[in-house]
Design a protein around this ligand. Sequence first.
Ligand SMILES: [Zn+2]
Length: 369
Amino acid sequence: MSPTPSHSASRLLILITAGFGLALGAQAASHDDEHASGAHGAASSQEEPKVIAKDSLKQKMAAGKAAAKAEKSDPKAEPTSVSMAELRDLIDQKIAEVRAKQAAAPAVKVVNKSPKPRAVAMSGQVKQSMAAYGAAAVPGLPAGHDLHWEYTGTAGPQSWGQLKPEFKTCSSGTRQSPIDIRDGIKVQLEPIQFDYRPTPFRVIDNGHTVQVNLDPGNNITVSGRRYELVQFHFHRPSEERINGRQYDMVAHLVHKDAQGRLAVVAVLLDQGKEHPMVQLVWNSLPLEKEIEQASPVMLDMNLMLPEQRQYYTYMGSLTTPPCTEGVLWLVLKQPATLSPYQLSVFSRLYANNARPVQSASGRMIKEGQ
Ligand SMILES: [Zn+2]
């Protein structure tokens, strides 16, 4: 079998394909010209050669068909006849492909759009859990302004689960926070790697607490997973208890990983020396609720942490509605200190914004040594 016939056949195919492509180009160009104003005079002058190409394609295709017919009618035809038949099929196939592509073009656009709602739904989920912790997901918008829950009265912690269907976990959940941390299993826990740096920050009184929203750039790594610090806020008195003991206050440093999982570092706060970093936050307290106050200085979160970094850890929940579970809690054993005056500043705003302790329900608690 000589390679020549198939070679010439493929050369013809290339010519036809090229011609067809040009013809399509001419069609597209003339279509565009219909919409273009007369200002694009140059466009119409390009039309002519393309029309010629289209005509020459017709000629080539006609020639190909005629050749194929002639070959077919000759019973003694060389292998060329097979090639020409194949070629005709290929041409038909090519035309069908091009037509299919043209027809499919709008459908492809729709397909490209379809994954978007899913992505929105995921980020919405994350946003919901962050909003629950009062993170200002949308800069400039007040955080948590539509959550009608309180720390006392009819909308108090005992009722949170009944306030809204999405708060149901607050009453039905079995891995809720805070808890009284006791009977932890004493083990060697790997240290939390804090990667904090001076960062611009904004302070907001969101109606439930004083919260500090931070620019990105502060991270922790724990159990090989990296979480970014999003915000921190305060409770008075401390929500968590250690062997029954409640502290004057606690700071919750809320971190989130790329999948939206939360890890909260709790820094217990005891009365003692003034806390220089907390003072920077108090200095930027906004005059009105639900309005973010940007600070002119940076915040170095390393200064928030006590010297000793041993911690307790357990799996719990958000301590505010919707009380979402699956939150990794990292409660530092050594408290930091606030001056009596610093404590009184927060008391004037929130005398009690601590959820009562929840049942530990036999959960595993680990205590680092
Ligand atoms: Zn908290």
